[in-house]
Design a protein around this ligand. Structure first.
Ligand code: FEO
Length: 405
């Protein structure tokens, strides 16, 4: 790999992680990239770094443009490990450089490194840094998605370095949206945006709306959005902003996703007529069996659908472990604007379906009750009840969906 020009004098110097499949527990079937950027100006400036395992690649990319000892400024937009853990390698090469970071970022940085000998400038929204022909404007974005997060706008080039926001876990030889679309498709890129949003940014929908409004108030003219993961938006940056606004406003497809697991296939046998009942109402269905599907993919599919049904057998008076794990993950992501229900089989005494409803309500989701529980194995009559349950759930989903169209 080598540096890639984003605009004259501004280069991507990051790394492509083709093989990562587990990103802190989040499954990344398409790998990822760690994007960071170098500006060659009177004061050479580096924006972000990369995960420590890719430090050498980044340094080689920089060496292809300049001697790293000439870097004067280092902007740290975000201190999560995938972006900051090679900072010490850079600081060894240019120990007199000045780091620009938010107050919260500095607190975190002190936990990663001995920063006592580093020059560090704390910045806040509205602060600027002139580096020669260019001015950098800092915009704090706390909780998008960490307390330290910020973005950097390069005024003269109209580039927003957006750190995690607007990114995707998507390894590709293409660096830009227009290049990516030539060899793949816009829908693949959109899917990666949704996947990233669902698993990383779902809890922060209202903050996203407010921050995009703040950026609009600043009157920034944005030609390029350059995130710290995945594809850079230069052909159509408005597309990803609009996707974020749509998702933050509750956009979902008129679809039901059934997320379930099964012990002796009784819950699975309930799932089939439930899905048929939903389809009978003209609503699309997607089925996710948890033992066959990573949690992050299940969450993405739930996020894409207006309705979801969670299916679990009762085991030892509680929810099946994989379903419990899914609900725990989902609870942290705080889904909104979705309607949900539950079903499941049991042998001794029930319990899982009620417990699932308790969890769904704790999340603040709209629920359709009652759910449906079947003793041991669904009979022909039980399967008819399941079909009716699916049909009635679909009717409720159609009604609920009207609020958003
Ligand atoms: Fe890509 Fe929040 O780190």
């Amino acid at each position: 790999m080598q540096a890639i020009e984003v605009k004259p004098g501004i280069y991507w110097v990051g790394a492509i992680d083709w093989s990562i499949r587990d990103f802190h527990g989040y499954v990344t079937p398409k790998g990822t990239t760690y994007n960071n950027y170098l500006i060659i100006d009177d004061q050479i400036t580096l924006l972000d770094t990369v995960k420590y395992t890719f430090a050498e690649i980044m340094i080689e990319n920089i060496r292809g443009l300049t001697d790293p000892s000439k870097i004067r400024n280092i902007i740290i937009n975000h201190i999560e490990n995938d972006h900051v853990t090679s900072l010490d390698r850079i600081m060894k090469l240019t120990p007199d450089a000045t780091i620009y970071i938010t107050q919260k970022g500095k607190q975190g940085l002190d936990r990663f490194f001995d920063t006592s000998k580093w020059n560090i400038n704390i910045v806040k929204t509205g602060d600027t840094l002139n580096i020669g022909k260019r001015t950098l404007l800092f915009i704090e974005t706390p909780m998008l998605h960490w307390p330290d997060s910020m973005m950097t706008y390069i005024k003269e080039d109209k580039i927003l370095i957006s750190q995690d926001a607007f990114g995707q876990h998507l390894a590709s030889s293409a660096r830009f949206d227009d290049d990516f679309i030539k060899s793949a498709s816009i829908s693949e890129l959109e899917d990666s945006v949704i996947d990233y949003y669902a698993n990383i940014l779902m809890p922060f929908g209202s903050l996203i709306k407010n921050k995009i409004a703040d950026i609009n108030k600043l009157g920034l003219d944005i030609e390029i959005i350059a995130p710290d993961h995945g594809i850079i938006w230069r052909k159509d940056p408005a597309k990803v902003i609009n996707m974020y606004l749509d998702m933050a406003n509750g956009k979902a497809d008129l679809r039901v996703v059934i997320v379930y697991d099964t012990m002796w296939q009784s819950t699975e046998q309930m799932m089939i007529p439930i899905a048929q009942g939903i389809e009978a109402e003209g609503v699309d269905v997607k089925v996710i069996k948890l033992r066959a599907t990573p949690l992050s993919i299940a969450v993405k599919e739930l996020w894409r659908a207006r309705g979801s049904l969670i299916g679990s057998p009762t085991i030892n008076n509680t929810i099946f472990p994989t379903v419990g794990e899914f609900l725990t993950y989902l609870k942290g992501l705080r889904p909104k604007n979705r309607i949900a229900g539950a079903f499941g089989s049991y042998g001794w005494g029930g319990g899982a379906v009620k417990q699932i409803y308790d969890e769904l309500k704790l999340m603040g989701l709209e629920t359709v009750e009652p759910g449906i529980q079947i003793l041991y194995k669904p009979s022909t009559e039980d399967k008819k009840l399941c079909y009716e349950f699916g049909r009635k759930f679909a009717e409720q989903v159609i009604e609920y969906h009207k609020k958003f169209v």
